[in-house]
Design a protein around this ligand. Structure first.
Ligand code: BGC
Ligand code: BGC
Length: 567
């Protein structure tokens, strides 16, 4: 007789044994993922909840690595106190480092890794991210985003590796391996490994402008969560390869997209979820819904839930009203709208992953030390990665690398950690706060890297005293931070107030260098001739020294455009 607690038993036997012991209510609880603000540890213990997540900004107060670890372990211990003691999967969006945590290393956003174009670099960044994430007890990351971007007006462009299927496939596969393989020969069972989640299946980067019906905070989405209209051959050729490669590389969890294909929501798409992804591609693990995404399938909640579970969703990121979800799924099973075999399949998949991750055997002391968050070697890696993602767009007259001073620096993004990190940093939408988290501003980096005796004067608004002219003007233009559909933007022109800064600084320097601190290409063609050099630095993250390294020629420009630059 096998026992699910016996680690010498094969996973399939442990799953079968445990499935046989679970009540229907406990099975449904394994399929339920509330957000941490909506559920208490005691509720997790009482029900045997399968998972909890922190959404963007789902932070403890105060927000420190230690309070994070305490919060996650409180939930996990609660789950281990439940009747059968099934450990919890705690999930977060660690999409450029463990980005909710104050003091974690913030890596450049994914688009920059796309520009660097080096799978080994992507793997190393993911490995460091996994270590910082696992150190706080979180063994599950909703990343990588493997989208093939078609329209830079999309607010998630910076979360993607680019617009080329082959490049996205290679980079996202390497990223997944970095998360899931700690190099200790234990695979996902290593407490230093983190379960990855290729997302958002399928074709989330291919939706058409104007097809989104989503509204939030009084704002309309335009392309995020919209509709993709392509034939199946195109779908398979352009958007499926990153998932095929990920499953082949060991992905055990995939997140379907809010978006639709020819009007059918992915969360209701049985053919793509069950036949293609689980059947044809052979995904052994489970599908987690996106945030409240099942609810969008049908105005009738019961219909929405039954349709989605029957289509192949295994876990519901509810995230708020989990009581309603549990009651609704229970009723659907009792009425026969959802067959019990589907529930057993879903729970079996979730438990398989928990066993393969070694969660039942994991002890707190097995995790990486908390001191790994923001460790010097990770900050050095973030600096290397951000430097290698920088792209020289235009260099006329040898303005770069910068030879010497004096230098006038302008633009708010030169001295603001919040702006250089962008969305998904401490908060979901990020924030324009100079000291949003621990890091080095670009200006600090310039002062560190500049040759000794270089006079560097900074004015965010380009108001420099007197009428002296500098040898070099360095202007940092930016987009305000955003995330998801709230960053959908029809007009990609440089904002007028940033153009005004070009005029102001142009008049005060011999050679002008404009650096874009943006999540996507902006339209610069009509301004190009006004500066000697233009640089795309993307959203470099917490280590602003990277930008200085490249501008001063300590590190050569090697980044290439990861997506077509419009205009
Ligand atoms: C996003 C996902 C994310 C989830 C949890 C959703 O709004 O689309 O990418 O993983 O929230 O934060
Ligand atoms: C959460 C995010 C989530 C978003 C989706 C936010 O409130 O913090 O994690 O992706 O809602 O609607």
């Amino acid at each position: 007789m096998s026992d699910y607690r016996d680690p010498t038993q094969p996973t399939a036997a442990r799953v079968a044994d445990l499935l046989g012991r679970l009540t229907l209510a406990e099975k449904i609880a394994q399929m339920t993922q509330p957000e941490k603000y909506s559920v208490t540890p005691d509720e997790v213990a009482a029900l045997g909840m399968g998972s909890v997540l922190s959404g963007g900004g789902g932070n403890p107060k105060p927000n420190t690595p230690a309070t994070w670890a305490a919060m996650v372990s409180e939930y996990d211990e609660a789950a281990r106190r439940s009747r059968l003691g099934i450990p919890l999967l705690y999930g977060v969006d660690a999409v450029h480092g463990h980005n909710n945590v104050h003091g974690a290393t913030i890596f450049p956003h994914t688009i920059s890794l796309g520009a660097a174009g080096d799978p080994e670099l992507a793997r190393r960044v993911a490995r460091a991210t996994a270590l910082e994430t696992a150190a706080t007890g979180v063994r599950w990351d909703f990343a990588p985003m493997v989208s093939v971007v078609q329209d830079p007006r999309w607010g998630r462009t910076y979360e993607a590796f680019g617009d080329d299927t082959a490049a996205v496939t290679a980079l996202s596969r390497a990223y997944l391996l970095g998360l899931q393989d700690a190099g200790d020969g234990r695979g996902l069972a290593s407490p230093h490994a983190v379960l990855g989640t290729p997302k958002h299946y399928l074709g989330d980067g291919a939706t058409l402008w104007g097809t989104s019906k989503m509204e939030m905070l009084g704002l309309r989405f335009h392309i995020d969560q919209g509709d993709m209209r392509v034939d199946e051959a195109t779908l398979r050729a352009k958007y499926l390869p990153p998932y095929a490669a990920a499953v082949e590389a060991g992905a055990l969890c995939v997140m379907p997209s809010f978006s639709s294909w020819n009007g059918v929501k992915m969360h209701a798409h049985r053919y793509l979820l069950t036949d293609v992804l689980k059947g044809e591609m052979g995904l052994r693990g489970f599908l987690v819904s996106d945030w409240q995404a099942m609810d969008q399938i049908d105005p009738d909640y019961a219909t929405a839930i039954a349709t989605s579970i029957n289509a192949g969703l295994d876990m519901n990121m509810v995230p708020y009203d989990w009581r309603r979800f549990i009651a609704t799924l229970m009723a659907a099973i009792e009425s026969g709208a959802v067959p019990l075999s589907r529930i057993d399949d879903a729970v079996g998949r979730i438990l398989t992953v928990k066993f393969e991750m070694g969660l039942f055997e994991q002890r707190p002391g097995d995790l990486p030390p908390l001191s790994i968050l923001g460790a010097a070697e990770h900050r050095a890696l973030a600096r290397e990665a951000a430097a290698r993602g920088m792209v020289l767009l235009h260099n006329d007259g040898g303005a770069l690398p910068i030879g010497g001073g004096p230098i006038f620096v302008a633009g708010e993004a030169a001295d603001n950690i919040g702006l250089q990190c962008g969305g998904w940093t401490i908060k979901w939408q990020g924030e324009v706060t100079r000291d949003l988290t621990v890091g080095t501003t670009i200006l600090d980096g310039l002062r560190e890297v500049a040759p000794p005796d270089t006079a560097i004067t900074y004015s965010p608004t380009a108001d420099f005293p007197g009428d002296a002219r500098a040898a070099v003007g360095l202007l940092f233009v930016h987009e305000l931070p955003y995330a998801e559909g709230l960053g959908d933007r029809e007009d990609l022109n440089l904002p007028a107030e940033q153009v005004a800064l070009i005029d102001k600084l142009r008049a005060r320097c011999e050679r002008l260098v404009v650096v874009l601190i943006t999540g996507r290409p902006l339209l610069i063609a009509e301004h190009l001739g006004r500066a000697e050099a233009w640089v795309a630095a993307w959203l470099p993250g917490s280590e602003g020294g990277a930008v200085a390294d490249v501008l001063f020629g300590r590190v050569p420009f090697t980044g290439r455009l990861p997506l077509a630059w419009p205009g």
